[in-house]
Design a protein around this ligand. Sequence first.
Ligand code: HEC
Length: 155
Amino acid sequence: MKALFNVAISGLLIASLSATAFAEDEKEEAVEYRQGVFEAIKWNFMPMAAMVKGEVEFNKDEFAMRAERVAALSKMPLEGFKEGTAMGETEEGENDAKPEIWKDWDDFKGKMAALEEESAKLAEVAKGDDMDQIKAQFGATGKSCKSCHDEYRHK
Ligand code: HEC
């Protein structure tokens, strides 16, 4: 009977230990996920910046495709900002998410919504031929990145 009891107890212990390990994994994965999405956003954003600045020739189809991608990707990072995943709260890798994100959650969400809105507009104007409009809207989208980074991303 005692042996059975011990088995039951150690079973419970293992279960609770692995539940903790799982929660930790989930946090690390959330951080990796959001950083991965931001990397994908950047991957598409930089060639557009080069075109807008005139560093490379403007290619309408490529620009429009990348604008579409950024608009779609901008809906994705928020999911990775899980409770308990601020800088210092996760163990592995770099994490630059300031704890203020969760204190001012509504404001942070609003800034993410601004990115969604501006990048959706960019994808829209990129279908047309008005270069001034495209440049202005690219600038507005870039500002939405900066206004969030300035407040919520550790430098
Ligand atoms: C609503 C807030 C917000 C907006 C909008 C935003 N970012 Fe970020 N970004 C963050 C935060 C917070 C981090 C830090 C995440 C971390 O380290 O886990 C980050 C990290 C990044 C990173 C680094 C990812 C890595 O590998 O560590 C890149 C690149 C990036 N953002 C690009 C952009 C670009 C480009 C835009 C606009 C098109 C943008 N971000 C818009 C909040 C934002």
